[in-house]
Design a protein around this ligand. Sequence first.
Ligand code: KG4
Ligand code: ZN
Length: 344
Amino acid sequence: MVVLGVETSCDETGLAILEFDKAGYATIKGEVLASQVTLHEKYGGVVPELASREHMRSLPVLCEELFAQTGLGLKDIDGIGVTCGPGLKGCLLMGITFAQGLALTRKIPVFPVNHIEGHILSGELHEKALKPPYVTLVVSGGHTEIVLVEGLGNYTCLCRTRDDAAGEAFDKSANLLELQYPGGARLAARADSSGPSKRFTVPRVSREMEDFSFSGLKTAVSLLIKRNRDEIFSSPEVFAEVCWAIQDGIVDPLVKKTSREVLSRKLPLVVCGGVSANSALRKRLSEKCSPVFFPPLKHCVDNGAMIGYVAGRYLTEGVLPPKIDIFSRWPVETLRDFYWANHG
Ligand code: KG4
Ligand code: ZN
């Protein structure tokens, strides 16, 4: 079975073609991605209307490119997986309309895919030996959650953020430090050039609670910068030290809560989402948990392959595509009913 994956939930347009064998193992035949970072950087964040328009422009161009790259065409596609949430409604609509348009001409199924499930299963896409149960940490610009995976579509959220996502905390702090958007990776690079800071700390708000919480960190960082402004912006060493303190303030609760869940269950760990590129997070989780899997960086960030993979897994299991809808919020624990409730 050959499946096309379409991802447009935020500011990346991603398409991929995957081929599945009967056991549900997938080979990626080709993939394309267009990032909108340069479009949004002057606004310091994603502008939803511009993002939707850009998806509409990019989708047909990328699809042609993908067909040329793989030597495959619409005639070879047996099903399409498209992200239906969570994400920006206007952006999701672009991907869905495109997928439905393609499917109409060939009467093939369009399978609604949950973006977070895409991130979660990117571990299984790359590690053939990885089988549930395992724990996933999904950390990106929009999501921060620890999920227990007990089977396809069988997810329990163990911990999620009450407010900002970890990537958002990185980006907002970077913005306060006047680093270019999206500043997460830039802030991390400065942090890595510093030794541990004794002078600066940011509060660990989530220490006292079950969930994560990162919105207070932004206020703390803003105050810290206000109080030490001259020193921070005149000394690269002091600047790096502040970056270290911020990174530690974000990474520390991620490592503590994730390792607690993993160690108490004695299960493997998969770390995915854009923030999983962070080297301090990788190092500390690898020291505490074993085995731990990080999908390749291109599949840690948003991409079409993970969406096609989810659709292909359900289609090879014989699950009929539920009705297409747009879900700006769509918790992964609701997928058990969504996919399996009517499955014989
Ligand atoms: O998964 P992703 O590409 O997009 C979504 O948000 O869905 O994640 C992007 C996020 C941004 O917040 C970016 O600043 C952050 O991942 N990020 C990093 C690093 N690389 C990317 N944060 C910390 N350290 C990094 N090295
Ligand atoms: Zn994502």
